[in-house]
Write a protein that binds this ligand. Structure first.
Ligand SMILES: NC(=O)c1ccc[n+]([C@@H]2O[C@H](COP(=O)([O-])OP(=O)(O)OC[C@H]3O[C@@H](n4cnc5c(N)ncnc54)[C@H](O)[C@@H]3O)[C@@H](O)[C@H]2O)c1
Length: 260
């Protein structure tokens, strides 16, 4: 039996799709034929990504979205339904990561702590509340949450961020179990991807220079920098029918550091 990993004509929302890794997800999904909703707080970046996708013959819309606000998440779902009539997959990629200032846990700013929790955790809760009921109506849908391998291996000086990514794993597992009770007739899957240290603009904004990542790179079995495109295949697979019987899984993509 032939199995194809394809998202052709699937409607996929990518939160935080305006730059970095989310942009790579949006571009890859669209190149494979998905209709992509770039749901991003930075309206200019969202519009630029959607425009570039359309310019290359793909299909996308930009919807300015603040995932930390339930009204905005609901508007994201409504705009998607108004334009495309269904939602096949939700990639919960938006997070407070760019520009985070590393500091010992006792020096972390309380406002930063609250912002990280509100976007990285509550944002996923909000988007799931806005989108999963529609998936239940459809009888099928795929949620892909973005965690981080820092939740497995720990990382100094970003305690708020690492804690939030641990919560993403716990939420993924619990939402997976809830689907059995809330949508027993449906096939709603909830999985996560856990990237390793990836050389996006955001990572460089935090570590300063690529040399700072040398000790981490030495732990990889694949001896080159991980880049956003390295993660796109895993997300494409989790959005496609090829992963239909997988739920509650955390897919690590980190060049062989954490053998989880
Ligand atoms: N880069 C890495 O090394 C790495 C490693 C593990 C996990 N991750 C995760 O991958 C994802 C993407 O990382 P990245 O490196 O591209 O980071 P990034 O900070 O560049 O991307 C995050 C995106 O989310 C958007 N965003 C922020 N707050 C938002 C909100 N309230 N509503 C909607 N959008 C919002 C940002 O504008 C940005 O486009 C994040 O979830 C990050 O935690 C990254």
């Amino acid at each position: 039996m032939a199995v194809s990993i394809s998202v052709k004509d699937k409607v996929v929302i990518v939160t935080g799709g305006g730059q970095g890794i989310g942009k790579a997800y949006a571009e890859t999904l669209a190149a494979d034929g998905a209709k992509v909703v770039v749901a991003e707080i930075n309206a200019e970046n969202a519009a630029a990504v959607a425009k570039a996708i359309k310019g290359s013959g793909g299909e996308a819309i930009a919807v300015q979205t603040d995932v930390a606000k339930i009204d905005s998440a609901q508007n994201m779902a409504k705009a998607t339904l108004d334009k495309y009539g269904r939602i096949d997959a939700l990639v919960n990629n938006a997070a407070v990561y760019y520009g985070l200032k590393p500091a010992p846990f006792w020096d972390l700013d309380e406002a930063d702590w609250d912002r990280v929790m509100s976007v990285n955790i509550k944002g996923i809760w909000n988007c799931c509340k806005a989108v999963i009921p529609q998936m239940i109506k459809q009888g099928k849908g795929k949620v892909i949450n973005v965690s981080s391998t820092t939740a497995f291996i720990g990382a100094p000086f970003t305690l708020h961020y690492v804690a939030s990514k641990g919560a993403v794993i716990a939420m993924t597992r619990s939402l997976c179990k809830e689907m059995a009770l809330l949508a027993p007739e449906g096939e709603i899957t909830v999985n996560a991807i856990a990237p390793g240290l990836t050389f996006s603009e955001a990572t460089l904004s935090i570590i300063g220079s690529p040399e700072m990542a040398q000790p981490y790179l030495q732990q990889q079995t694949l001896k080159r920098q991980e880049v956003p495109a390295d993660l796109a295949g895993a997300v494409l697979y989790l959005c496609s029918d090829a992963s239909d019987f997988m739920s509650g899984h955390i897919m690590v993509v980190d060049g062989g550091v954490s053998l989880y």
